[in-house]
Write a protein that binds this ligand. Structure first.
Ligand SMILES: Nc1ncnc2c1ncn2[C@@H]1O[C@H](COP(=O)(O)OP(=O)(O)O)[C@@H](O)[C@H]1O
Ligand SMILES: Cc1cn([C@H]2C[C@H](O)[C@@H](COP(=O)(O)OP(=O)(O)O)O2)c(=O)[nH]c1=O
Length: 220
């Protein structure tokens, strides 16, 4: 029987860390989230890699909207504010149901996207980042956000090379608006006290992974 708050070794059980990877479509967030999980495990940490939209029920509905399998009535676009609320709902469910239980057991959680994505994408779609911040106010702040800075000119061809189906946000003009929106969102979250590392995502995969690892290692 271990004393509350201490593991069998007597060492203080440490809370896992929420580490978020952010960037435009094609910035390499999925790749870098996966590689960060591998490096954490190689360094002896337990790590869980996840993503938003999550694999939960709200995330499933979001993916249907993104791929146009679900639209508004008469095939019109799904309401953008309703979609913002779905992302916020998915985030709360994702955190409560998947992330928080792992953090409390000392597992590091790497999430491919989190609140910053909503500020950037829905902020660009709605032109109302303050409202998007408000509906996401209950979501926790990550221990570290890694923002992969890649220009749309570089990111979009990568995304095109990787997938055939065009999701609703994968439009060059919108991605350029999201890139500008991310810059404002970074300022908003930094002002709120978030720890954010900006990394040049245009370099080769392993060089980016090294820079991500250096940012995470600076937390220790
Ligand atoms: N640093 C990089 N340099 C070149 N290609 C990359 C790099 N990072 C990812 N890719 C490639 O770009 C495509 C999109 O990568 P992915 O990680 O899925 O991006 P995202 O999740 O940000 O859309 C994939 O084919 C991936 O192999
Ligand atoms: C998490 C999140 C993602 N998105 C967008 C970013 C992407 O264009 C899209 C899906 O995310 P993405 O990372 O591309 O998932 P997948 O690789 O499985 O397609 O949703 C938002 O608009 N708001 C959010 O809060």
């Amino acid at each position: 029987m271990t004393r509350r708050g201490r593991g069998a070794s007597g060492a203080k059980d440490r809370q896992g860390r929420l580490l978020v990877v952010e960037g435009l479509d094609g910035a390499g967030t999925t790749t870098q989230a996966r590689l960060l999980g591998e490096r954490l495990r190689a360094a002896g940490r337990t790590a869980h890699v996840t993503a938003e939209p999550s694999g939960g029920p709200a995330g499933a509905l979001i993916r249907q909207v993104l791929s146009r399998r679900v639209t508004g009535r008469d095939g019109r676009a799904f309401d953008a504010r309703a979609l913002a609320l779905l992302f916020a709902a998915d985030r709360l469910d994702h955190h409560a149901d998947e992330i928080a239980p792992k953090l409390s057991r000392g597992v590091d959680v790497v999430s491919d996207r989190f609140t910053l994505s909503s500020l950037a994408y829905q902020g660009a779609a709605l032109g109302d980042m303050a409202w998007v911040a408000e509906i996401n106010r209950a979501a926790p702040s990550p221990d570290l956000t890694v923002f992969l800075r890649v220009s749309p000119r570089v990111a979009l061809p990568r995304r095109r090379a990787a997938t055939l189906d065009r999701e609703i946000f994968e439009v060059d003009a919108f991605q350029r608006r999201v890139a500008a929106s991310y810059e404002r969102a970074l300022e908003v979250r930094r002002a709120a006290g978030d720890r954010i590392a900006e990394i040049d995502g245009s370099r080769p995969v392993e060089a980016v992974a090294d820079a991500v690892w250096a940012a995470v290692s600076s937390l220790d």
